[in-house]
Write a new protein. Structure first.
Length: 311
C-alpha cells in the first residue's frame, strides 16, 4: 500500500525512481479508508534529504499512511528553501489541536549545547508534552532521543572525547535479556545488527537502568546505549540513525574534512577502510524491519480507530 504525501513533495519523484509506491494527496483522497496519521518534526538541516530517508522506510509496510510535516515557529532553517517550508510544513501551533497515530522527531545539529540553551527548547518542550496526549507512539532519533529522555525522565547527556562516527555493531541488552527478545519491536531481528552513529555526546546505561520507567533495549560495546523504550512502546529513543542512506556518512565526512580539526574517517563504513571506495551498507535490512515493526505493533495495533480517542 502507498504512503499519502503532500502534492509535489520532492521525495515523491525520488522514491518513484526506486520503485517505491507513493501517491499524492489528490489521488489518495478518493480512497475510502482511514490511513494512519504520521507527523514528522524534521529538525535536520537538509530537510528534503531527511524527508526522503524517512519516507523510504515508512513505505515498507502494507498500511496506508498520511504523512504531515511539522516545523518550529521559533527556528528558521538555513539550508532549505523557504518556499519548500511554506508549501509542505506546518507550525506546531497549527497542528497542536490535532491527534496523530505516530510521530517521528529527528536529530538536530545542537547536541553540544546544554538543552536549555537551545534557542527552541521552550517550544520543543511543549511538543514533547503534547505528544504524550496527542500521539499513540513517538519515535525520537539521535539528539531528539537525548532531549526527550532529558525532558521526560531527567536523563543527562555526556560529552564524548571524540565524535562517535561510523557503523557500530549492536546487540539486545544483556540487562533486559531475554525479555527484549519477545518484544514485537525486535520481531525478525538477528542476534546482532548494525546502526550508523554520528554524535558528540552519549547516554550512559547506568542512568537508563536506574530509572524504572525506562527499558534498555539495545546497546553496543563501542557506541553504548542505542535503543530505549518507555510507556510500553508509546515512546522509543534511538541514539543512532537507522534512517541514513548509504552515502550520508560519506557526505558528512567529506563536508567536514579540512574544515574541522576533529574529523576522523567513519569506522566500519568504507570498503577496506578506503574512503575512495564505496560504503558497505550493513544496516538497511534491520532499519526496514525496525520501522515496519514500530508501525505495525506499536502504532497500527495500538491506536484507536477513532483518532480523537487518542490520549
Amino acid at each position: 500500500m502507498p504512503l499519502r504525501l503532500p502534492d509535489r513533495l520532492p521525495a515523491i519523484e525520488l522514491l518513484k525512481d526506486e520503485n517505491i509506491f507513493v501517491m499524492d494527496a489528490s489521488r489518495a483522497h478518493a480512497q475510502d479508508i482511514r490511513p494512519l496519521r504520521i507527523v514528522i518534526l524534521n529538525l535536520m538541516p537538509l530537510k528534503i534529504t531527511t524527508e526522503t530517508d524517512l519516507i523510504r522506510l515508512l513505505s515498507n509496510t502494507p498500511l496506508q499512511m498520511d504523512i504531515s510535516f511539522m516545523k518550529l515557529k521559533s527556528h528558521t532553517p538555513k539550508n532549505t528553501p523557504i518556499e519548500h517550508m511554506m508549501m509542505f510544513y506546518k507550525d506546531f501551533d497549527t497542528l497542536r489541536q490535532e491527534k496523530f497515530d505516530g510521530m517521528i522527531i529527528t536529530g538536530a545539529p545542537v547536541e553540544q549545547m546544554p538543552f536549555e540553551e537551545v534557542s527552541y527548547w521552550e517550544e520543543i518542550s511543549q511538543i514533547f508534552a503534547w505528544a504524550k496526549t496527542h500521539v499513540t507512539s513517538t519515535l525520537y532519533i539521535c539528539w531528539a532521543a537525548q532531549a526527550g529522555l532529558y525532558y521526560h525522565y531527567g536523563i543527562p547527556k555526556y560529552p564524548l572525547e571524540k565524535k562517535m562516527f561510523g557503523i557500530f555493531r549492536q546487540h539486545l541488552s544483556t540487562q533486559t535479556f531475554p525479555a527484549v527478545t519477545r518484544m514485537p519491536i525486535f520481531r525478525g531481528f538477528d542476534d546482532e545488527f548494525f546502526m550508523p552513529h554520528s554524535r558528540h555526546t552519549e547516554l550512559r546505561r547506568e542512568d537508563i537502568l536506574a530509572n524504572a520507567d525506562l527499558t534498555l533495549l539495545a546497546e553496543s560495546e563501542e557506541s553504548g546505549v542505542s535503543m530505549v523504550m518507555a510507556r510500553g512502546g508509546r515512546e522509543f529513543f534511538i541514539t543512532g540513525h537507522l534512517e541514513y542512506a548509504p552515502n550520508t556518512l560519506d557526505k558528512e565526512y567529506k563536508r567536514d574534512l579540512g574544515k574541522r580539526d576533529d574529523v576522523e574517517m567513519p569506522v566500519n563504513y568504507y570498503r577496506n577502510d578506503n574512503p575512495c571506495l564505496e560504503p558497505v551498507v550493513q544496516w538497511r535490512a534491520h532499519a526496514n524491519l525496525f520501522f515496519s515493526n514500530w508501525i505495525n505493533y506499536y502504532v497500527y495495533q495500538e491506536t484507536p480507530y477513532n483518532i480523537e480517542d487518542i490520549g
